[in-house]
Design a protein around this ligand. Structure first.
Ligand SMILES: *Cc1c(COP(=O)(O)O)cnc(C)c1O
Length: 483
C-alpha cells in the first residue's frame, strides 16, 4: 500500500501522517507484544548497522514504506531490547504504553519551555507533577523540582549550586585564587559525580573518597574527620554526595547522620538516589530514606524504574534560590513581564527544554500511585525470591545485601576455589550466559571480586522470567564445571 506523497505539501500530508502513524502504532504494539521473541542483546558485530546504511543522505525525498522496511531489516536487529523482561542488566529501564504516547505528544507540540510564556502548560504541568511526586515520596513542601535529561546532568547542577552556596562568587570570578574546594563521596559513588567535578573546575583531585563499612556504606565518623583535616589544611569543604542505592551494589549511605554533619559544617548535601529513589513511594521502604528530607538536593530518575521512557530525571532542591543564583542570566529577548511564574531556564545550563512532563503525567495517571506501588513491590518480592535461591544453593554466594531489586552474587562451587580462579570462572559464566542472547546481565567488582548483578525492574517481568534466569545460570555453571 505505497502511497505517493504529495509534491505540493510542505509537510507530510495529514492522510499520509495518519496512514503511517496508525501503521507505526501497530508496529509498536506488535513489537511490545512480541518482545520475548527477540534476543535481549543485539546479536550483531560492531559496524554491521553502519555498513548497511548508505554513505549519503538521499537527495530526493523517499517513500515512508521504504523507511519502515529499513527499520525492520537494518535497525531492529541492532537494537538491544531494554523492554525485554529478561533484560536484567545495568538498572533496567522500560518504557510503557502511556509513556510512549506521552513522548508522541511532546514531539507533536514541539513546545520549547525556556520561559513560562514559551510553554505555559509545559511549565505548569512540570511544576504540578513534580509536586505530586514530591508528596508521593514524602519530601516536604519546601522542595522545588526540575526535570533534566539524566541523573548525571541533575547532579552536575546540584554541585554547581553547592559551589554557589559557598558564597565565594565563582559565578562572577571563576575558580582562580580560591582555596581548593573539596567534595566528599565514597569509592561506590557513581562516576557522574566525578564528571561533574571535572566539568565544574573542582577537578578530580578535589574529590575525597570516604571509607565505607562492610556493606559499602559511607562511615560518617570518617567523613567528620576528613572535613576537619581538610579545613586545617586550608581547603574548603563544600559538598557531600551521599547515595541511597549505589550503582554497583545498591548500598545505602547513612544519610541522616551525614546530613547532621553537613548541617554543622554548613556543607551542601546532595543525595543521589537515581535508581532506588522511586521506592520511597512505599511506606515499608521509608527507613532506607531516613534523613533525605534534610538534603539540599536529591536526584531521582523515573526513567530508571518507573516506566517513563528515557529521558526523565528529577532534581529536587530545598534551595531553589541558590540554584537560580548559580544559573540565572536573562538576555533582553527573554525578559518577560509575568511575575510569580517559573522560568525553568533560570535553573540550569540549557535554555531550550522538551515538554517532558507530559509523559510522567500520563504514567502517573494511567497506573495511579497504587498501581505503581504494586509493580515496585512485585519487583522487590522477586528480588528477595532470587536472593533466597542464591543463599540456599551451595554453588553460589551473595556478595551484598539486597535492599532493592538488585542481587549481587557469584558462583562459588562448594567454596573450594581460590579468589583468582573464582574471578575467572565468574567472568566466563557471565559471558556464556550473555552469549545465549536469552538474558542479559552485567558485572561489577566488589572488594576485588568479580560480581554478577541481576536487576529486577522491568515492567514486563514476571516470576517465570526470574525462574528462567536462575535455570539458565545453573545450566551454564554446570556446563563450565564439566568442561
Ligand atoms: C544510573 C545512575 C546514575 C546516572 O544516571 P544517568 O541518568 O544515566 O545519568 C547516577 N547515580 C546513580 C546512583 C545511578 O544509579
Amino acid at each position: 500500500m505505497s502511497k505517493i506523497k504529495s509534491k505540493n505539501s510542505l509537510d507530510m500530508t495529514s492522510e499520509e501522517f495518519k496512514e503511517y502513524g496508525y501503521q507505526l502504532i501497530d508496529w509498536v504494539a506488535d513489537y511490545l507484544d512480541n518482545i520475548e521473541k527477540y534476543p535481549v542483546l543485539a546479536q550483531i558485530k560492531p559496524g554491521e548497522v553502519k555498513s548497511q546504511l548508505p554513505g549519503k543522505a538521499p537527495s530526493n525525498g523517499e517513500n515512508f514504506d521504504r523507511m519502515i522496511d529499513d527499520l525492520n531489516k537494518i535497525i531492529l536487529p541492532g537494537v538491544t531490547h531494554w523492554n525485554h523482561p529478561n533484560f536484567m542488566a545495568y538498572f533496567n529501564s522500560t518504557s510503557s504504553g502511556p509513556g510512549i504516547l506521552g513522548e508522541l505528544l511532546s514531539a507533536a507540540f514541539n513546545a520549547n519551555g525556556m520561559v513560562w510564556k514559551s510553554n505555559p502548560s509545559g511549565t505548569e504541568l512540570e511544576e504540578t507533577v513534580l509536586n505530586w511526586f514530591r508528596e508521593i515520596i514524602g519530601l516536604p513542601s519546601n522542595y522545588f523540582g526540575v526535570v533534566y535529561d539524566t541523573a548525571s546532568v541533575s547532579t552536575m547542577h546540584a554541585i554547581a549550586a553547592a559551589r554557589e552556596y559557598t558564597g565565594l562568587d565563582v559565578r562572577t570570578n571563576g575558580m582562580t585564587g580560591l582555596p581548593k574546594m573539596i567534595l566528599y563521596c565514597t569509592e561506590q559513588t557513581h562516576s557522574s559525580i566525578e564528571k561533574a567535578a571535572l566539568t565544574l573546575g573542582i577537578g578530580l583531585n578535589g574529590i575525597r573518597k570516604i571509607a565505607t563499612d562492610e556493606n559499602f556504606a559511607m562511615l560518617p565518623d570518617k567523613l567528620e574527620e576528613a572535613i576537619k583535616e581538610d579545613r586545617l589544611n586550608g581547603y574548603h569543604p563544600f559538598c557531600v554526595v551521599a547515595t541511597i542505592g549505589t550503582t554497583s551494589s545498591t548500598a545505602i549511605d547513612p544519610v541522616d547522620a551525614i546530613a547532621n554533619i553537613c548541617a554543622i559544617e554548613k556543607i551542601w548535601l546532595h543525595v543521589d538516589s537515581a535508581y532506588a529513589g522511586v521506592t520511597a513511594m512505599l511506606p515499608e521502604m521509608k527507613n532506607f530514606f531516613k534523613g533525605m528530607e534534610k538534603a539540599d538536593s536529591l536526584v531521582i530518575n523515573p526513567h530508571k524504574w518507573l516506566f517513563v521512557p528515557v529521558d526523565f530525571s528529577i532534581l529536587y532542591t530545598s534551595k531553589p534560590d541558590v540554584m537560580k543564583r548559580a544559573f540565572s542570566l536573562v538576555p533582553e529577548y527573554l525578559k518577560t513581564t509575568e511575575e510569580s511564574v517559573i522560568n525553568y531556564m533560570d535553573y540550569g545550563i540549557q535554555l531550550g527544554r522538551r515538554f517532558r512532563s507530559i509523559k510522567f503525567w500520563f504514567v502517573l495517571r494511567y497506573f495511579g500511585v497504587e498501581g505503581l506501588q504494586q509493580r515496585l513491590r512485585e519487583h522487590l518480592r522477586l528480588a528477595k525470591l532470587f536472593a533466597g535461591w542464591i543463599d540456599e544453593n551451595p554453588n553460589f554466594e551473595r556478595l551484598a545485601p539486597v535492599y532493592f531489586g538488585t542481587i549481587c552474587f557469584r558462583a562459588n562451587p562448594n567454596n573450594n576455589l581460590k579468589e583468582d580462579q573464582l574471578n575467572v570462572l565468574n567472568e566466563k559464566l557471565l559471558n556464556v550466559i550473555n552469549e545465549t542472547g536469552k538474558i542479559f546481565l552485567v558485572h561489577t567488582k566488589l572488594k576485588g571480586k568479580f560480581t554478577i548483578r541481576l536487576v529486577i525492574s522491568g515492567l514486563r517481568m514476571e516470576e517465570r522470567h526470574v525462574e528462567f534466569a536462575w535455570k539458565l545460570i545453573n545450566e551454564k555453571l554446570n556446563e563450565l564445571k564439566n568442561q
